[in-house]
Design a protein around this ligand. Structure first.
Ligand code: ZN
Length: 54
């Protein structure tokens, strides 16, 4: 599972992944090349972070 998130929704993304996967998530910056084409899961901002369980 992977959740893309902007600055504003990163806490929500971390929490959701913890609830669903029951592991502590890994948070990484979205690569420059993907930033423009990737939107936050919760709003229309560009995603800055990707939260994943591995
Ligand atoms: Zn957002």
């Amino acid at each position: 599972m992977k959740i893309y998130s902007c600055q504003m929704h990163i806490d929500q993304a971390l929490e959701e992944l913890i609830l669903q996967e029951e592991v502590y998530p890994i948070m990484e910056a979205v690569p420059e090349s993907e930033k423009l084409s990737t939107k936050c899961t919760y709003c229309d901002e560009s995603a800055l972070y990707v939260v994943a369980n591995k």
